[in-house]
Design a protein around this ligand. Structure first.
Ligand code: NCD
Length: 346
């Protein structure tokens, strides 16, 4: 693994599978009565949020706490950023506090990359969503959710890639290495233009061997989308019967400075998922949404609340994925100090 996680496009297949398999083990910890591991004790994780967030922020916080790290939550609102403090001065402050990892969400595409390459901070940088660019941990938790529903446990055997530090995670019965998404057909629908979730998903799912189709009105597709490793279409009804997962994206009105479609009703009629459309998906297929949902726009309440919709499960899986990412980036896989082992075996 590299030191930072900035883009899903940077992950090799081995990196991605390692994170997904590690998250599988982290999920087992969440099923225990005591959901905590001592792995990152004494380490400091800073959540640096310049943009609003519900799921991503609390999920990174829960993940860091379950690994026993100290967590500092920084939100730009109410901080000196509103007095005009720059990213550089904010970063230098965090460095002075001894941050081992900085999880950053920023409205500017490229801000996490700047932080990682500037030399302002020494720790790991994790991109929690930058502008319309990338959101790699969202793509990872989406792939994790898909793998759980769609990938057969081909080998069922234990994973073979564990480092020496794995001793104090629970043993894996039926590991994840044989479970991949090769050939699975994933359809991503809606506001691709403003979606960092779509971009990260396309890269990661391609790396994992899935076939991705983007469906959107032409006005909500980014320039250059034809160079992305996926298919692009405009007709949702044509692809539904062939989809293993249908991921609905939020229409991001806050990023829209013009009219991208005639009316909300018109959008919902052509690109929204309702019960009738969902019934045309294969029986095993799932409906996904990263949240927050615009009920009545891209997804009806009937679909959002149906057992086929994995939106809430995606949130739970997000904690396991973010635990895995922090664990791997912060060297949790290094040999554990003996005190930690003792505590864990109690
Ligand atoms: C997404 C985001 O912020 O990019 N949400 C999330 O992280 N769960 C998608 C969105 O805002 O629509």
């Amino acid at each position: 693994m590299k030191r930072h996680l900035i883009s899903a496009a940077d992950l090799t297949r081995d990196d991605a599978v390692l994170i997904l398999d590690t998250a599988e083990e982290m999920a087992r910890v969440a099923d225990r009565p005591i959901k905590k591991l001592p792995t990152l004790r004494g380490r400091t994780v800073v959540n640096l949020f310049f943009e609003d967030s519900t799921r991503t922020r609390i999920s990174f916080e829960a993940a860091a706490k379950r690994l026993s790290a100290d967590v500092i939550n920084f939100s730009a609102k109410g901080s000196s950023v509103s007095k005009g403090e720059s990213l550089k001065d904010t970063a230098l402050t965090l460095e002075a506090m001894g941050a081992d990892a900085v999880v950053i969400r920023h409205h500017a595409s490229g801000a996490p990359h700047r932080l990682a390459t500037s030399g302002w901070i020494k720790g790991s940088v994790v991109n929690a969503g930058d502008g319309t660019h990338e959101h790699p941990t969202q793509a990872l938790l989406d792939a994790f959710t898909m793998r759980r529903h769609l990938a057969g446990a081909a080998d069922g055997g234990p994973t073979h890639h564990r480092g020496p530090g794995w001793g104090y995670l629970p043993a894996v019965a039926g590991g994840g290495t044989g479970r991949d998404l090769s050939g699975r057909r994933i359809t991503v629908v809606g506001d691709i233009l403003h979606s960092r979730v779509a971009r990260s998903n396309v890269h990661l799912l391609h790396t994992l061997g899935a076939e991705v189709t983007l469906i959107a009105p032409p006005t909500l597709l980014p320039i250059g989308v034809e160079t992305w490793p996926c298919e692009v279409g405009y007709d949702l009804d044509a692809v539904l019967p062939k989809s293993d997962a249908v991921m609905m994206l939020r229409v991001q009105s806050e990023r829209m400075n013009a009219a991208f479609f005639p009316t909300e009703r018109e959008y919902a009629r052509r690109y929204g998922l309702d019960g009738e459309r969902m019934s045309r998906m294969p029986e095993h297929a799932i409906v996904m949404h990263p949240g927050p949902m615009n009920r009545g726009m891209e997804i009806t309440a009937e679909v959002a609340d149906s057992p086929r919709c994995t939106a809430v499960e995606q949130v739970a899986n997000g904690v396991s994925i973010r635990m895995a990412v922090l664990y791997l980036l912060l060297g949790g896989a290094e040999p554990a100090p003996s005190t930690s082992r003792t505590e864990e075996s109690k």
